[in-house]
Design a protein around this ligand. Structure first.
Ligand code: 5RP
Length: 234
């Protein structure tokens, strides 16, 4: 019961954050869409606003098949990343973020394309419920590490040597979860991470690791909705 009430409250907060983010969208913009339930709320609201004429002339670039399907079903104009010359804004969720806007992403498994969108825009806006705010990355959420399947045991050993407890992500059927790129995800619990930039460098330097879920210095703004209302971090 408590959990159900909590989930309902979180859902409302995600919707509030998504609504606040859409207020940043202007006619003529090309908007990148990340992945996750908060982004899906933004997509639904965008569909509604376009339909009602509250917004017009907006093109979106989704980073996952799920978000693309939802946007297409709502009649939202879609393009692929290679078919646009700029991304005015990217809206994306986060699993854990610190007040300086560093965050962990990849809970939904879309971290690689999410990071490509984040690096392709000058303005990444994070949208989340305020429970995602944390004093240190790694406190509440493991770092997802996307690896090619070949040699995954050795990647896990490498990640353990960096101090992580490593779990292979599985899908609902108990099989190794597959990203849209056909890779696996190792969820790495480091506990609170003292030096995220150093860890990011170590992960980026390892062959076989395709991408990791540390998004450092990438977001320009976060919109967090919670019991105290809407918080805007910059
Ligand atoms: C997916 C992500 C999501 O943005 C993140 O997991 C947040 O999801 P939600 O909005 O459902 O809480 O990084 O790879």
């Amino acid at each position: 019961m408590g959990g159900a009430v909590m989930n309902e409250t979180m859902k409302v907060h995600k919707q509030e954050a998504a609504r606040a983010a859409l207020e940043l969208v202007r006619p003529g913009m090309v908007v990148g869409l990340g992945h996750g339930s908060t982004v899906l709320w933004a997509v639904r609201l965008l569909g509604q606003w376009l339909h009602e004429g509250k917004l017009h002339d907006v093109t979106t670039v989704p980073c996952s098949m799920l978000v693309e399907r939802e946007a297409r079903a709502l009649g939202i104009p879609l393009k692929q990343l290679d078919d646009v010359s700029r991304l005015d804004l990217v809206l994306d969720g986060a699993d854990e973020l610190t007040p300086n806007l560093d965050c962990i992403k990849g809970g939904g498994g879309a971290l690689l394309k999410e990071k490509i969108l984040a690096q392709a825009t000058g303005k990444l806006v994070l949208i989340a419920d305020s429970s995602k705010l944390s004093p240190a990355l790694g406190t509440h959420w493991p770092v997802p590490v996307e690896c090619i399947p070949w040699g995954r045991r050795f990647q896990a050993a490498f990640l353990e040597s960096l101090g992580a407890t490593v779990v292979l992500r599985r899908d609902a059927e108990g099989r190794a979860f597959q990203t849209e790129q056909g890779n696996i995800i190792l969820d790495c619990d480091f506990g609170p991470i003292a030096d995220p930039a150093r860890l990011a460098r170590q992960l980026a330097a390892r062959a076989g690791i395709v991408e990791h879920g540390l998004f450092l210095g990438m977001a320009g703004e976060a919109l967090l909705a919670g019991p105290q209302g809407l918080q805007r971090l910059r």
